[in-house]
Design a protein around this ligand. Structure first.
Ligand SMILES: C[S@@+](CC[C@H](N)C(=O)[O-])C[C@H]1O[C@@H](n2cnc3c(N)ncnc32)[C@H](O)[C@@H]1O
Ligand code: SF4
Length: 376
């Protein structure tokens, strides 16, 4: 008798946990390409996306074809979804499909009472709200187009609404991208988070999207960055507010040399492969990871069965090689999961436009297929 493979055991584990034999995927997706803000640090300052939002009919397809595979769902990776008319439909479809964990990341601008009720009534598991500052001046210089007072009031009201809800299962986290324009406000930010009554704060380092952004990054001065990390840890402990914080930086950063980019591939821990990630763009195109868009889509959920995409040769061989050999083909460096071992590699903080140029070669404006039904 031969032993079952690890993949098989994992899928049995998924079956036992979630009542569905195929429910094993962490789907990270976008319902829309659009956003009303123009944040200074966002990739939108360097890439122009076509305006596109999924339709109700497409969401129904996801409910039937894709969501039964999904164990965890992140509904908004690169766009802003709280103002979308399809928000309720998307959340209720995910809930009816039995997805045990659904998360939304938002700028909080449209988090009014009506939207808050939609989130809570659909049993949203986690809401992340990007704030990035503890003062109106800094907030409004980074999150251009947003009002600090309004967003803070929205958060305050949503926390109260959540606390009064009959089944208050939504955890609320604030997000803060560490960079020079806001570094001095981190400790006040923890105090603000505590005062608002949110459950945690997630810090991350800036993903450098353009040459101009290099000067806002903290990674080039590891001693100052690590001292800030230490202060954040201390204040989080004093205030009893949980945090997520990137690993400390080693004393020397390994700088990326453009002319030394080897054949595209990353030797290291690939979270996407180990944790069964899939990224789905707003037009239904799928990628083994958000960072692999430069290699082109491995299929489109609106044109073919999801099983065909997931079990396809490219997806499965990518995952096998990454898990078994520690080599993620097509990836310039993991950016989603920076472990202590790779925290000192500049490539982890550089968008692939600045390393492999793979996203630039994607030519996203031209290649995204627009259907007249979904285009806005
Ligand atoms: C692209 S936004 C999309 C979701 C939503 N619009 C928001 O702002 O939260 C997702 C997250 O990425 C963060 N982000 C944007 N640009 C970034 C950068 N250059 N480096 C690191 N994080 C960035 C945002 O602050 C936000 O927390
Ligand atoms: S709100 Fe989010 S998606 Fe919109 S510009 Fe800011 S970071 Fe980018």
């Amino acid at each position: 008798m031969s032993w079952p493979s690890i993949d098989r055991l994992k899928s049995w584990g998924g079956w036992r946990r979630n009542g569905h034999p195929r429910r094993q995927i962490y789907l990270q997706m976008d319902l829309t390409s659009t956003c009303g803000l123009r944040c200074r640090h966002c990739f939108r300052t360097v890439i122009k996306l076509p305006r596109y939002t999924m339709t109700q009919a497409q969401i129904r397809i996801l409910g039937k074809e894709v969501f039964p595979w999904v164990n965890r769902l992140a509904l908004s990776e690169t766009g802003e979804i709280l103002g979308l008319p399809i928000l309720d439909e998307a959340l209720s479809t995910a809930s009816e499909a039995g997805i045990p964990f659904v998360r939304i990341q938002t700028n909080g601008v449209q988090l009014d009472e009506k939207v808050g009720k939609v989130l809570l009534d659909n049993g949203l598991s986690a809401l992340g709200i990007s704030v990035d500052a503890a003062s109106a001046q800094t907030y409004e210089s980074i999150r251009r187009g947003g009002s600090f007072e309004e967003v803070i009031q929205n958060i305050r009201s949503f926390v109260q609404l959540r606390n009064r809800h009959p089944s208050p299962k939504t955890s609320i986290a604030l997000n803060f991208v560490l960079c020079t324009p806001n570094a001095e406000e981190t400790l006040d930010f923890l105090l603000l988070a505590k005062e608002l009554g949110v459950d945690s704060v997630a810090f991350s380092h800036l993903m450098i999207e353009s040459e101009e952004m290099r000067k806002w990054s903290l990674i080039y001065d590891p001693a100052t960055a690590n001292s800030l990390h230490a202060d954040i840890r201390r204040r989080s402990y004093e205030l009893r507010i949980p945090i997520a914080l990137p690993p400390d930086l080693p004393s020397g950063i390994r700088m990326h040399t453009p002319d030394k980019m080897p054949d595209l591939g990353f030797w290291g821990y690939c979270e996407a492969a180990h944790d069964n990630w899939m990224y789905m763009m707003f037009n239904g195109d799928c990628f083994p990871c958000l960072n692999l868009q430069g290699s082109g889509p491995i299929g489109n959920v609106f044109n073919q069965p999801f099983a065909e995409i997931w079990n396809g040769l490219f997806n499965q061989s990518f995952r096998r090689t990454a898990r078994n050999d520690g080599f993620a083909r097509g990836c310039d460096h993991c950016k989603a999961f920076i472990s202590q071992a790779v925290a000192g590699d500049e490539k982890g903080y550089l968008s692939n436009r600045l390393t492999s140029m793979s996203t630039a070669s994607l030519g996203i404006e031209d290649k995204v297929a627009l259907s007249s039904a979904g285009a806005r």
